[in-house]
Ligand binder design. Structure first.
Ligand SMILES: NC(=O)c1ccc[n+]([C@@H]2O[C@H](COP(=O)([O-])OP(=O)(O)OC[C@H]3O[C@@H](n4cnc5c(N)ncnc54)[C@H](OP(=O)(O)O)[C@@H]3O)[C@@H](O)[C@H]2O)c1
Length: 232
């Protein structure tokens, strides 16, 4: 099975790549700006089991047409699963947020998945699974926290995009789901909730995520699934 995972350089994405790399006949194109840890992991992997290709790419400022697509063609890479996991957060009182904050969060959490899904579609196989990383903050009616307005709004938007795309891509037999993560101990969590301990470690969450990427679409399509055991 062939995976593209964004935000694979650390946190949930990195641990998910690690989990998937233990599965036979797995190819993973692992995207992040910083690929240092991915390069180290790729060297440890038994090539008879799986293959990790780290790819340094900025999903906001990088050119999909000039860089990512030619690279995918060169690898002869067809996609069975796209995990739009990369994310950005701004933790600031709403009144202090400026246009740059808005752009950082919206471009990373919404525009980049939109562009990636649209531009990668010709390379996505029938029967594939697209999974978008959402957040409990983006779930309607969930607990909300001061300072996270832009972030939560971006996750609400990716959740709705997920529902719409699941409908629109049905005829191509491509499923689209959104995992609304609760608290997971990562750098992003520490920015959102300084001094708090998250309920789950990223390797524990990655055990669930890797299983879900592989066969979650046998059970769900167009769903926003809360994956959370605590608030926050
Ligand atoms: N941790 C939680 O409690 C929690 C809760 C709810 C939702 N989530 C969501 O889960 C996902 C993973 O979060 P995490 O906690 O694992 O965060 P993290 O540890 O901060 O990792 C974020 C990843 O996104 C990548 N990234 C950010 N901007 C990028 C860009 N412009 N181009 C390419 N890569 C970019 C980062 O890599 P580089 O800096 O190397 O590019 C990094 O690999 C995010 O979408 C987040 O919003 C997390």
């Amino acid at each position: 099975m062939n995976f593209i995972i964004t935000g694979a350089g650390k946190g949930i994405g990195f641990e998910t790549v690690k989990q998937l790399s233990k599965i036979h006949n797995t190819r993973i194109l692992a995207i992040s700006r910083n690929v240092q840890k991915l390069n180290e992991l790729a060297e440890e992997i038994n090539p008879l089991i799986s293959e990790i290709t780290p790819y340094s790419f900025d999903i906001v400022n990088g050119s999909i047409d000039n860089n990512l697509l030619p690279f995918i063609k060169e690898l002869d890479f067809r996609i069975d699963c796209l995990f739009n996991n990369a994310g950005a957060i701004v933790n600031k009182p709403f009144a202090a947020c400026d246009t740059q904050d808005f752009n950082t969060v919206i471009k990373t959490n919404l525009e980049a998945p939109f562009r990636l899904i649209r531009d990668l579609l010709p390379f996505i196989n029938e029967g594939a699974h697209i999974v978008n990383a959402g957040s409990m903050g983006g779930v309607q009616g969930s607990a909300k926290f001061p300072g996270l307005a832009l972030y939560s709004a971006s996750k609400g938007a990716i959740a709705t995009l997920t529902e719409c795309l699941a409908e629109e891509l049905k005829e191509k037999k491509i499923s689209v789901n959104c995992l609304a993560f609760g608290s997971v101990q990562t750098e992003m969590f520490s920015m959102a909730f300084p001094g708090f301990d998250a309920a789950l470690k990223s390797n524990t969450m990655a055990e669930f995520v890797s299983r879900f990427l592989i066969d979650g679409h046998k059970f769900f399509n167009g769903k926003i699934l809360p994956v959370s055991v605590s608030t926050p």
